[in-house]
Design a protein around this ligand. Structure first.
Ligand code: MG
Length: 211
C-alpha cells in the first residue's frame, strides 16, 4: 500500500533504503564514471552512503528535515571531492527547506527537490545541458512542482520517471561542465554518472514509499 506521507521514523527508513540501493549500485556507478571520468564515483557514493547509515542509526532526528540534513552532512564529511560537496549540498539544502514540517509529503518533495537543485546549481555552477547531475535533478524538481497535489506514493513515481528520463537524455549531451568536460564531443553516448546517482536515489525513494 503506497504512503501519502512519511513521518520521521519512516523518513529514516527510506534514507537507509536509498543508501543500501546506492551501495548495491556501486559497480554500475563505477562503470558510468569510468566511461567519462576517473571512475571514483561508485566507491565515493558507497563510502558516503555507509556513513549515512551509521549516522542515521546513532543520531536522533527530531523532524524530517533533520534526516535529510544528517544525510547531507554524512556525505560531505566522508566522501570528499566534488561529489561529496555536491551530493552533500543536495541533501543538506533540500533538508533545510523542510524545517518545521512534521511530515514528508508531495509538497515537501517539491520543496526538497527545488532547494536541492538550486543549492547544487549555485555550488557547482552547472546549468541544464552541461551533462551533470543537474540534468536529472532539474527535470525532477520541475515535475515535482506539477504533481504536488497528488498523494506522495503517486507523485514520487512520476518524479522518479522524470529523473530517469533526464539521466537518459544526458547520454546525447556534450559535456561542458563536470567530470567529462575535457572530453567534449567524445562524451556523447554515455549518461553522466552523477545523473545516474540522482535517478537511482529518487527511484529508491519511490520504491520505499510504494511498499
Ligand atoms: Mg570521478
Amino acid at each position: 500500500m503506497g504512503k501519502e506521507s512519511l513521518g520521521v521514523k519512516e523518513t529514516i527508513e527510506m534514507m537507509k533504503h536509498v543508501a543500501s540501493v546506492i551501495i548495491e549500485s556501486e559497480p554500475i556507478l563505477t562503470d558510468a564514471d569510468r566511461n567519462l571520468g576517473d571512475g571514483d564515483h561508485g566507491l565515493g557514493m558507497e563510502r558516503g552512503m555507509n556513513a549515512v547509515i551509521n549516522k542515521l542509526s546513532e543520531s536522533e532526528a527530531d523532524e524530517v528535515s533533520d534526516v535529510f540534513k544528517m544525510t547531507g552532512m554524512a556525505m560531505m564529511s566522508s566522501m570528499g571531492g566534488a561529489s561529496g560537496a555536491l551530493f552533500g549540498t543536495l541533501f543538506r539544502n533540500g533538508g533545510k527547506a523542510l524545517e518545521g514540517e512534521e511530515k514528508f509529503d508531495s509538497k515537501g518533495l517539491h520543496s526538497f527537490l527545488e532547494a536541492a537543485n538550486d543549492g547544487v546549481k549555485s555550488r557547482g555552477g552547472a546549468i541544464p545541458g552541461d551533462k551533470t547531475m543537474i540534468d536529472a535533478l532539474e527535470p525532477a524538481s520541475i515535475r515535482a512542482g506539477e504533481v504536488s497535489e497528488m498523494p506522495l506514493c503517486e507523485s514520487i513515481k512520476i518524479v522518479a520517471q522524470s529523473a530517469n528520463e533526464g539521466k537518459n537524455n544526458s547520454k546525447e549531451m556534450i559535456a561542458t561542465m563536470g567530470r567529462a568536460k575535457t572530453l567534449g564531443e567524445k562524451s556523447v553516448g554515455h549518461p553522466d554518472a552523477g545523473a545516474c546517482s540522482v535517478a537511482i536515489i529518487i527511484q529508491a525513494m519511490s520504491d520505499f514509499i510504494n511498499t
